[in-house]
Design a protein around this ligand. Structure first.
Ligand code: AMP
Length: 676
């Protein structure tokens, strides 16, 4: 064959195979046997191998990994943000959503109802009609590049059909694993002694990330496209867009329906709630979208989701398990929380052994009996909860669960306050351990290395009884704890010492006084500049501060009326723990002293809590809200309105996360002793 003939042959095979693929995957019909298809594919791949100059990224062979396997995963920014969807389980809320929309857009509206596919959302980027990139949603701003694996998915055309498409186009859709294929994969895994996958969605998500294109191809992932983003689009409604996407060669939600009234929307929801089980893939609800693009743009977006769309989620199938026993946990403030220990059950890929029963009211409302069969519900990332009792399975002689009368930790009588039970015994071991654990925690004094377990062991061995005992610990004491060796003991002692440089408001919060959270603690320390003035503050002084109510004032008064607490604070002061806004000035020169920060959005390199600790260790302050004292705003992903507020202020500097880290590093060098 001469070169011209080879090119012709390759073109013809590519065209033929693409058409077969198209019919098979988009129209669910086939004109060719598997044998003939594979034969042609082999022929094409051989020709391509010997003629690399005729490479075409849209060739059908690309799908099965003739190219190189995908390299390790990379992430890329989305040109247009990928939003989540607001959701509801209630039809009433859906009606309210529609009414709210009508307040902003008074003219006539239509809606498109689509199935909510339970898979992985994908952003397919087409340049001049060719698929160039495929990114997962990731955090909405940037997603994982899964182009190579996505190329293996037959229902995603490598080249769009027709001509009428803008030169740059993003097609959004859902990649999922059909239930039948999921079952086949699991049967095979079980046969080979490998644990089965939890559910089709996780399997689809995992499949997109594996580094073996052939394996991805074999798993026959599928894709349904439901949105187009780009400029100069040849349509102006959601409904028309679906028709166009289909013409371009993608699978679209064939079941989508244009609805004009709430009645039609509810009918669609009810219909699919019954028939969803007949679908070859999982859906977890219905998405309702305003049809007209012009009206969508009037409604706009919040930081997280479009205001013009909502997902009505179906309630998850309930999972049934048995109540084995009850545990009553004692919190650091003495509150008693009942927890059901259940026969282990897997729901949505997580093994559930314990379920919170919240409080006595919940137990009474559910009328839970010992040994009951419980129905649990857990949707997506939601914590499981008991939704119903299978009364039919109740044992004849079983008796209702009743709340404890005595504290399980110290056996003293419980008191009831607003339907909640408390242990008020000052010497209750669980409360004492809990208080010390809170004091050393990340959000508290952030004493690295001393976690819950070590605190409990130190308490049981008699080395810790109250918070201030921490500052009397010796290396020899720590060495008596299982697993603590010389080196670690030295580090722990150093870290305890370091915690003395925590600012006053952090120390006050760490004491664990009821109702004194981080914000309230800051407020109190701004008004009462040292602990003595706070101790002597009367009820009216306290409640005159905005944000400090009756409950908080009473709690402060009660805490300081206990002699042991006052003595403990004296001991802490003697050890050098800071109980005054002035002590920062008195100690070393802290490089961020006098500087205030506010954070907005999600940081990618550290938690916000860690960032806050870093600032505070260097003598700076962190506020939750924008105020006139702010010097810096650190902006992360999906930032909120705080940025806009700061932009209106002259003296606020805007920092990206990287610049913030750089700044901290520089300051840290200045203040070498401070380690995080
Ligand atoms: P959630 O993950 O619960 O926040 O729901 C939002 C996700 O639903 C989107 O990111 C999409 O991946 C997915 N989704 C499934 N079906 C649709 C649909 N028909 N239209 C829009 N989004 C959908």
């Amino acid at each position: 064959m001469d070169n011209n003939n080879i090119k012709e042959k390759i073109d013809q095979l590519r065209k033929e195979l693409s058409e077969y693929n198209d019919k098979y995957y988009t129209l669910d019909t086939s004109d060719v046997s598997d044998y003939d298809f594979d034969k042609k594919l082999k022929e094409l791949s051989l020709l391509e191998k010997y003629h690399p100059e005729l490479y075409d990224p849209t060739s059908p062979t690309i799908r099965i990994g003739v190219g190189n396997p995908s390299s390790s995963s990379t992430t890329n920014y989305h040109k247009y943000k990928m939003y989540s969807l607001q959701n509801t389980y209630s039809k009433k809320e859906l009606i309210i959503w529609k009414q709210r929309i009508h307040q902003s857009v008074s003219s006539f509206l239509s809606f498109v109802c689509e199935l909510k596919y339970d898979g992985v959302s994908i952003n397919l980027i087409y340049k001049n009609g060719c698929l160039t990139h495929a990114l997962t949603r990731g955090d909405g701003e940037k997603g994982e590049d899964v182009t190579e694996n996505v190329r293996t998915i037959q229902s995603i055309p490598l080249k769009l059909k027709g001509k009428n498409y803008p030169s740059y186009l993003e097609i959004r859709g859902e990649i999922f694993l059909p239930i039948k294929k999921f079952m086949e994969i699991n049967t095979e895994r079980i046969k080979n002694g490998i644990p089965p996958y939890a559910n089709p969605r996780n399997t689809a998500s995992g499949t997109l990330k594996i580094h073996d294109k052939k394996e991805v191809y074999k798993r026959t992932l599928s894709c349904i496209a439901y949105a187009v983003i780009g400029k100069d689009l040849p349509f102006d409604t959601q409904y028309q867009s679906l028709k166009k996407i289909k013409k371009w060669g993608l699978k679209v939600p064939e079941t989508a329906r244009l609805c004009k009234t709430m009645k039609e929307i509810l009918h669609f929801i009810n219909y699919w709630n019954i028939w969803k089980k007949e679908l070859p893939y999982h859906i977890d609800g219905i998405v309702i979208k305003v049809n007209e693009y012009q009206k969508q743009s009037i409604l706009g977006y919040t930081n997280k989701y479009p205001r013009w769309a909502i997902a009505y989620k179906f309630r998850q199938k309930l999972s049934e398990t048995k109540l084995l026993s009850l545990t009553f946990q004692v919190g650091r403030t003495g509150i008693i929380t009942p927890v059901a220990n259940v026969f282990p059950i897997e729901i949505y890929g997580t093994n559930i052994k314990r379920v919170a029963l919240y409080n006595n009211r919940f137990i009474q409302k559910m009328k839970i009996h010992h040994g009951d069969s419980l129905f649990l519900e857990k949707g997506g990332s939601v914590i499981p909860k008991v939704t119903k009792i299978n009364v039919k399975k109740r044992l004849v002689n079983s008796f209702p669960v009743s709340f404890l009368k005595k504290c399980p930790s110290c056996n003293s009588s419980l008191i009831k306050e607003n339907e909640l039970f408390y242990c008020i015994e000052n010497n209750c071991p669980s409360q004492r351990i809990g208080k010390i654990q809170h004091f050393v925690s990340n959000r508290g004094m952030n004493i690295k290395g001393i976690g819950n377990e070590i605190v409990e062991k130190l308490y049981r061995k008699g080395f810790l009884y109250k918070i201030s005992d921490l500052y009397q610990l010796k290396k020899e004491d720590l060495l008596q704890i299982n697993g603590v060796k010389e080196k670690l003991a030295e580090i722990l002692i150093k870290n305890i010492e370091k915690s003395k440089s925590n600012p006053y408001h952090k120390v006050l919060y760490s004491l664990g006084i009821r109702h004194i959270g981080e914000d309230i603690s800051k407020k109190l320390t701004e008004h009462f500049l040292n602990i003595n003035s706070l101790i002597s503050a009367d009820y009216d002084n306290l409640t005159s501060i905005s944000g400090i109510g009756k409950k908080t004032a009473n709690s402060v008064k009660t805490y300081f009326s206990i002699l042991e607490n006052k003595r403990m604070i004296e001991t802490l002061i003697r050890h050098g723990v800071c109980f005054s806004t002035k002590c920062i000035l008195e100690t070393k020169d802290f490089p961020l002293r006098g500087k205030s920060f506010v954070f907005t959005g999600k940081l990618s390199k550290m938690t916000r809590n860690r960032a806050k600790n870093m600032v505070e260790f260097l003598g700076g302050k962190v506020f939750n809200r924008v105020n006139n004292q702010i010097h810096f705003i650190v902006v992360g992903k999906n930032f909120g309105s705080k940025l806009e507020k700061c932009m209106g202020k002259k003296n606020v500097q805007i920092l990206t996360e990287d610049i913030f880290i750089e700044m901290i590093e520089k300051k840290k060098k200045k203040e070498k002793e401070i380690k995080f």
